[in-house]
Design a protein around this ligand. Structure first.
Ligand code: MG
Length: 473
């Protein structure tokens, strides 16, 4: 009898263990896709309130997944924002900020320091296949390209699509301000297309770039369907100059800008459909977001921050709060999340979902959002966010309050702007940063000033001196 009992217990344990291992990360690892757009505003998608641009794929993605309404990028411009997403560290720590320049340029010799650990490098702990498709902007020299930072494969334009221009930005600005359908010849921008470490096309035919990025993304998913993968799909658009494939030109109700967004929406649909076709939708998490707010000085070519104040380049909400969606039918519980999150949190979240470990030898700035994604809690672990412009600290958000100690001009953000005193906004009810509460809330101001001091103390071991050398125009 005792012998029989022992056999039964052994069988139960064996079945239990088998079930456990079948459900564990190693047997059914979570794949990750990050779709990162360039200069897309908070108000540019149907599911975020745009009244005319048609984004059915993103709207469905939001309905099936989680739409995050208070999600931030760690910088209002490209280079530092990208560095923060990939490393989970504020740009003041990860080397990709500077007091003189906002971003890397084609003449820059610098790039993301090799000492930084990217999401791709972290996922290599579990042998993930990794690809970067699209804009890099963390150093275009061979020693800085994605294949030196944990990615097995790279295909894309290594910096912004308006660089190396013959006719400069001001000319584009003048013509595009007058014509929402203005199309600059793509040859005007002598930008390279790079595959792994080699240049394969120059100037890039940008009319087909979104389509080609999509094809490469789909190919990568197909060829890695049997192993865990991380795809970082970073579109160059809708950063100006705007281009869309002939299939989308003139189709939207919002000129060329609307055409570009509708093509990006199509692209998202292709990626999600591929995951469904391969039955990978069950164990893949897809994140859609933008690197910073809309470039407002390009007017009809520059998108909209919706109800938010200002746009790209500023530390107002329009510069750093971005439309964000998480999708993963078997993992992400459908919901509109009105909590704080940041691209800084992706590395911690992916670590938790993949069973890998974030670096423990340096200061990290992210939080694990996976419990809220899975519906295990309603509360985000993030209660604070710090706004930096270049190497200059501008503002703090703590809970529902946001205190600015510095600002720039809302549209021409490189203009110096002296504040007479700090400004305080109750940012949850005053989403447009209109009603300054500085005078009436001295205790809140004092509390936030103290948190700012702590943060500045905590970040003083950043790398500003190295950054000056790294980022040269
Ligand atoms: Mg950008």
């Amino acid at each position: 009898m005792t012998y029989l009992k022992a056999i039964i217990i052994l069988v139960i344990i064996t079945i239990g263990c088998t079930a456990f291992f079948l459900n564990s990360n190693d047997e059914n690892p979570t794949n990750f896709v990050v779709i990162f757009t360039d200069d897309l505003g908070y108000g540019d998608l149907g599911c975020f309130g745009n009244p005319v641009i048609q984004t059915p794929n993103l709207d469905r993605m939001a309905a099936e997944g989680q739409k995050w309404t208070q999600f931030y990028v760690a910088s209002p411009v490209c280079t530092p924002s990208r560095a923060a997403l990939l490393t989970g560290r504020y740009p003041i720590r990860n080397g990709m900020t500077s007091s003189k320049h906002g971003v890397l340029f084609p003449g820059s010799t610098g790039g993301l320091p090799q000492s930084e650990v990217t999401i791709a490098e972290m996922l290599k702990q579990k042998n993930y296949a990794t690809a970067a498709v699209g804009k890099w902007h963390l150093g275009h020299l061979k020693k800085h390209l994605p294949t030196t930072q944990g990615f097995d494969y790279y295909y894309g334009i290594p910096y912004s699509n308006d660089m190396n221009a013959n006719r400069r930005g001001n000319e584009y600005r003048k013509e595009s301000n007058e014509d929402p359908n203005f199309l600059m010849p793509t040859e005007n921008y002598n930008v390279p297309l790079v595959k792994n470490l080699e240049e394969i096309e120059r100037p890039v035919n940008q009319n087909t770039i979104t389509k080609r990025y999509t094809e490469k993304a789909v190919e990568f998913i197909y060829s890695n369907k049997d192993k865990p993968f991380f795809l970082y799909l970073a579109h160059n658009l809708p950063h100006i100059p705007l281009y869309a494939h002939a299939d989308f030109l003139g189709k939207s109700k919002q000129g060329l800008y609307g055409d570009v967004i509708e093509e990006i929406d199509w692209s998202v649909g292709q990626v999600l459909q591929t995951l469904k076709d391969l039955k990978l939708d069950k164990n893949t998490v897809v994140v859609f977001t933008s690197d910073n707010g809309p470039w407002l000085m390009f007017k009809t070519h520059g998108g909209s921050a919706g109800p938010l104040r200002a746009g790209k380049g500023t530390t107002f909400e329009g510069g750093q709060r971005v439309p964000t969606i998480f999708w993963g039918p078997e993992i992400v519980k459908p919901k509109v999340v009105q909590e704080m999150g940041s691209t800084l949190d992706l590395i911690n979240t992916f670590a938790a979902l993949s069973g890998t470990k974030i670096p423990n030898d340096r200061k990290m700035d992210g939080y694990d959002l996976s419990p809220i994604l899975k519906g295990e809690t309603d509360k985000s672990p993030r209660n604070e966010f710090y706004y930096w412009r270049r190497a200059e600290f501008h503002a703090i958000r703590s809970g529902k309050w946001k205190l600015h100690i510095k600002q720039t001009s809302p549209i021409v953000y490189w203009n110096k702007y002296e504040m007479e005193r700090p400004e305080l906004y109750e940012i949850e009810s005053d989403i447009g940063e209109k009603y300054d509460r500085y005078e009436s809330e001295p205790e809140i101001v004092a509390e936030l000033m103290q948190k700012i001091e702590q943060h500045l103390e905590d970040t003083k071991d950043g790398m500003p001196d190295q950054l000056e050398a790294r980022i040269k125009k």
